[in-house]
Design a protein around this ligand. Structure first.
Ligand code: FPP
Length: 270
């Protein structure tokens, strides 16, 4: 009898998507499909540098970044990931020039309008996290519409973080817990990690196992601060607009080679 444990095969849906991508197919064959990260989150960085390398306005970097968003979402869905969270606009990004902020909001609206058929075709359920009430009204409306249109989908949970800050999220959770305590709905002595996590924007998402960052920067940038406690971090020098489907598969393959100890020691003989 073979010593090798049964390894789940690459999803046919994904192999079809990788038909003209030899590196992607090779990675798909190498991945252990029975042990995927439950949630992958991505800090999409380097759009501005991508544009300036080409003497283009920064906004063109963001526009090119949409192609990478599309590929990451479709790869994640076809790969059978449970959840993919993308960091699109932070609470600090309001410091950018107004024209760039406006262009980012417009790109988001265009993306949601154009991609809805793809989200439906792959049974992707879309939601946004962050202080959404601080976004322009028309953007809030489009987010609500896309979330409602995909609410009954059962495949990939696709989450965009907008007007998001990790500290703001923890503060919002703490305030909500304090309000519940004050109203007698929660006993302060019973507030523990699990209960506080139940107040986070991500309360109904699976555990974050893998955080990806592009453009080589070794920072967390106020993203999912609570959730990354035990996540593996994977960084590529590629700028976000150059991030392709095989790069996401590479991150997953490398994740599977990491030894995760959660503060314990490695088992004897490992
Ligand atoms: C970081 O690059 C990127 C952003 C702040 C925005 C990311 C947004 C998109 C890819 C488009 C809209 C998103 C979705 C989900 C439809 P940067 O501008 O900080 O690059 P730099 O560090 O090179 O200046």
């Amino acid at each position: 009898m073979s010593q090798r444990a049964e390894v789940a095969a690459a999803p046919a849906d994904l192999l079809e998507y990788l038909h003209s991508d030899p590196r992607g197919r090779e990675l798909a064959e190498a991945i252990d499909w029975g042990h995927l990260p439950r949630q992958v989150a991505i800090i999409m960085d380097g759009n501005g540098r991508w544009a300036s390398e080409r003497d283009l306005p920064r906004v063109e970097g963001h526009r090119a970044g949409i192609t990478a968003v599309r590929e990451a979402v479709e790869t994640a869905a076809r790969a059978g990931l449970q959840a993919l969270t993308l960091y699109a606009f932070s609470v600090e990004n309001w410091k950018r020039p107004q024209a760039e902020i406006d262009a980012l909001m417009e790109l988001l609206k265009e993306y949601l309008a154009r991609e809805l058929p793809t989200l439906l075709r792959h049974s992707i359920r879309f939601t946004a996290i962050g202080r959404l009430d601080g976004l322009p009204d028309d953007v809030q409306l489009d987010i609500r519409d896309a979330a409602a249109a995909t609410a009954h989908n059962t495949g990939l949970r696709f989450v965009i973080a907008l007007n998001y800050g990790g500290r703001a999220e923890i503060l919002d959770a703490a305030r909500a817990a304090v309000a519940d305590i004050a109203a007698g709905r929660l006993d302060a002595a019973e507030l523990d990690e699990e209960r506080l996590a139940g107040y986070l924007y991500t309360r109904d998402l699976p555990e974050l196992d893998l955080l990806v960052r592009t453009s080589g920067e070794l920072r967390v940038s106020n993203f999912l601060l609570w959730q990354i406690a035990y996540a593996e971090i994977w960084v590529t020098d590629k700028l976000w607009p150059d991030f392709r489907r095989a790069d996401l598969l590479q991150a997953i393959a490398d994740f599977q080679r990491r030894e995760r100890r959660y503060g314990a020691v490695a088992p004897a003989g490992a």
